[in-house]
Design a protein around this ligand. Structure first.
Ligand SMILES: [Fe+2]
Ligand SMILES: [Fe+2]
Length: 263
């Protein structure tokens, strides 16, 4: 089974790139299931019902998210009804929505998807490692194919999650930094791993937004308003080939595309 995982989709340009390229990527890589991190899909920060629908209608099967999930208030109700959109599982009890679920593919059986968020250089939440333990135990009764989005800042925390979950899940895919790392590999226990899958958004930018206000903020320490950048898009992802019988990853390969969209 081939799973495509796309890095943080940033704003309208990121959505447009995913919508225009997804069917070709699915054909080219014989994709059975597509996951995209959508925490920046609405105007560069957060997600709305309409931007989520746009990506789901384009063929993304599941949207994972991260620290910007509650940016738009409508998400609290939306996540209660739309099970294809996940929030990090390690929000404290009482948070709306779910952090993991099982989804059916057309030809390769069920896939479990889990999203957790790191705590290093981020808002403190419940322990992502123990939350992953709990969620994986629940998923394993339903499928051996499990893909984990570890949404975190620190490379150490993401590598630790990969090692911790090695042999228990099919893939541990890092998100949040918007910069793709070149360390994709299959770990000793058969879990595919990459520290960060990267971004689907404007290439001539700082993490998807126009550079000048970001540089100003670094120079002056003053708040400034960020805007999603324009121009060519970089579409970053990985394709993970998984044996659906065992849940073991056979391979992981990075996908990097440059896309010029008509503006
Ligand atoms: Fe992000
Ligand atoms: Fe994030």
């Amino acid at each position: 089974m081939n799973v495509l995982f796309l890095g943080d989709v940033v704003g309208r340009p990121g959505r447009a790139a995913v919508c225009s390229r997804l069917s070709e990527l699915v054909r080219q890589h014989e994709i059975d299931f597509t996951i995209a991190n959508a925490e920046n899909a609405a105007g560069g920060l957060g997600l709305t019902a309409s931007t989520a629908e746009e990506l789901l209608d384009a063929g993304v099967d599941v949207l994972t998210t991260g620290n910007h999930i509650w940016r738009h208030r409508e998400m609290a109700d939306y996540l209660e009804t739309e099970h294809r959109v996940l929030r990090p599982a390690n929000f404290p009890p009482g948070a709306p929505g779910r952090g993991a679920d099982v989804y059916m593919t057309a030809h390769s059986g069920p896939v479990g998807v889990l999203c957790v968020i790191g705590r290093v250089f981020m808002e403190p939440l419940d322990c992502p490692f123990r939350s992953a333990d709990r969620e994986i135990q629940a998923l394993r009764g339903k499928t051996s194919t499990i893909v984990v989005d570890v949404h975190a800042e620190a490379t150490s925390e993401k590598i630790a999650m990969g090692r911790y979950l090695d042999s228990r899940v099919s893939a541990v895919i890092g998100t949040h930094t918007h910069v793709q790392t070149a360390d994709e590999r299959t770990l000793a226990g058969g879990t595919a791993y990459i520290t960060d899958v990267g971004m689907s958004g404007p290439r001539e930018s700082i993490l998807g937004v126009t550079p000048e206000p970001v540089i100003d903020r670094f120079l002056t320490g003053m708040p400034s308003r960020f805007q999603v950048a324009k121009g060519p898009i970089t579409l970053n992802g990985v394709v993970v080939d998984i044996d659906p019988e065992t849940g073991t990853a056979r391979s992981i390969a990075r996908v990097v595309e440059s896309i010029e969209l008509e503006s």
